[in-house]
Structure formats: structure tokens, C-alpha cells
Ligand binder design. Structure first.
Ligand SMILES: CC(C)(COP(=O)(O)OP(=O)(O)OC[C@H]1O[C@@H](n2cnc3c(N)ncnc32)[C@H](O)[C@@H]1OP(=O)(O)O)[C@@H](O)C(=O)NCCC(=O)NCCS
Length: 173
């Protein structure tokens, strides 16, 4: 995938599966993006903070994709199957997408679309019937992103954790 970079020329975005050498950057990038976005703050549950910053566990217990531009990671996403400690809501027929994060300076260039497309392909390869994900009820940017990609709200699967309402979205494959 290629997109016009902030420097004006075209940067190539490579979407690939993360390897153990990416773990630290994956964790740092996710935590930085979620801090900047307001998804984590002073009252955030410690376990959730640890999970966001623990790229190594995600790489071990799920499939993590990264987006790379010029050797720099600019985005990441985690795809977890039911039974993985990273999966909260997936049934056996679903792949659960979590912790999508794109660096602020790389947004609105299709990076998230590329990362989610990689998860959708993984789900098809696994013969899953759907992708399922949850996003905070206040996160209108993420909701707009998923809706433009064809995801549908599944209100009967919305849930609340530590006072935050999470809205469920799915894409049937
Ligand atoms: C939401 C997020 C992942 C989108 O990443 P991105 O790489 O900028 O998304 P894309 O460039 O692939 O966006 C594709 C389309 O989604 C929609 N979209 C993306 N960001 C949007 C926003 N802030 N507001 C409204 N629509 C948006 C648009 O339709 C966009 O197409 P356009 O740029 O041609 O208008 C990114 O803003 C982010 O990391 N936010 C903070 C973390 C977060 O909220 N993660 C999701 C948790 S569930």
C-alpha cells in the first residue's frame, strides 16, 4: 500500500505480522496512542495498562499486525481467537480484533484500513464467519472508521467494564 506522506512524497506502507523484535515498539506505540486519544488516563485499570503495553504477550497469544513506513512502525492491531487471553467476546466462529492504534501523524492515510484488511484476510483463511470488536461508546472516530469499512453495530453484545461502555461491531465474512 502507498500513501502521500506528510513530507509530500509517497511513502510505502508495509503491513506484516509482528515478530518478537517488534514487541517493545508495539507496546509503546499502543500505549502512547491510547494515552493521546484519552482511551487511558489516571483512573485506568492497571491490568489494562499492562496489557496495552505488553506487546510480547500479544505476539505470543494472538496474531499482531504492524504497519511500517520507512522502517518505522506507525500502527498496530491484534487479532485474537476464542481461548486466547486477548479475546473477551469472540465465539469459536469469530476472530476478535483489538488494540487498533495508528500514530497521530500517520492518520487518514489508510493505515488502519490496511491493518483491518489483514485481520479480515486472516479470519477468512481461518474459515471464521465474522470479525467481532468493541470500541468505547465515546470514540466516534473509531466508530466512523469501522462503519465506513462496513462493520455493523451489534447492540445486544455491548458490555461495560470498569464503568466504560463498550459497543460491539461485527463484519460477517
Ligand atoms: C481510529 C484510527 C485507528 C483510524 O486510523 P487511520 O489510519 O487514520 O484510519 P484510515 O486512514 O484507514 O481511515 C479510513 C476512513 O475511516 C474514517 N475515519 C478515520 N478516522 C476518522 C476520524 N477521526 N473521524 C471520522 N472518520 C474517520 C474515514 O472515513 C476515513 O477515510 P477518509 O480519511 O478518506 O475520510 C486512528 O484514528 C487511531 O489510532 N485512533 C486512536 C486509537 C483508537 O481509537 N483505536 C480504535 C480503538 S477501537
Amino acid at each position: 500500500m502507498a500513501f502521500p506522506g506528510i513530507s509530500g512524497h509517497t511513502d510505502v506502507v508495509e503491513i506484516r505480522v509482528a515478530v518478537s523484535d517488534d514487541a517493545e515498539t508495539v507496546g509503546r506505540l499502543t500505549l502512547d496512542v491510547y494515552r493521546g486519544n484519552g482511551s487511558v488516563g489516571p483512573n485506568t485499570d492497571h491490568g489494562y495498562l499492562e496489557s496495552l503495553s505488553d506487546g510480547a504477550s500479544r505476539i505470543k497469544h494472538a496474531t499482531v499486525f504492524v504497519a511500517e513506513v520507512d522502517g518505522e512502525l506507525v500502527g498496530t492491531i491484534t487479532a485474537a481467537r476464542r481461548g486466547s487471553p486477548l479475546s473477551h467476546v469472540a465465539t469459536a466462529d469469530e476472530l476478535e480484533v483489538r488494540m487498533l492504534a495508528v500514530e497521530a501523524s500517520s492518520r487518514r492515510h489508510g493505515v488502519a484500513n490496511g491493518l483491518v484488511a489483514a485481520c479480515e484476510q486472516l479470519a477468512r483463511d481461518d474459515e471464521k464467519m465474522a470479525i467481532i470488536l468493541c470500541t468505547e461508546s465515546w470514540n466516534s472516530a473509531a466508530q466512523s472508521f469501522y462503519i465506513q469499512r462496513g462493520y455493523q453495530p451489534v447492540p445486544d453484545r455491548d458490555w461495560t467494564v470498569n464503568g466504560t461502555t463498550l459497543l460491539a461491531y461485527e463484519m460477517r465474512l
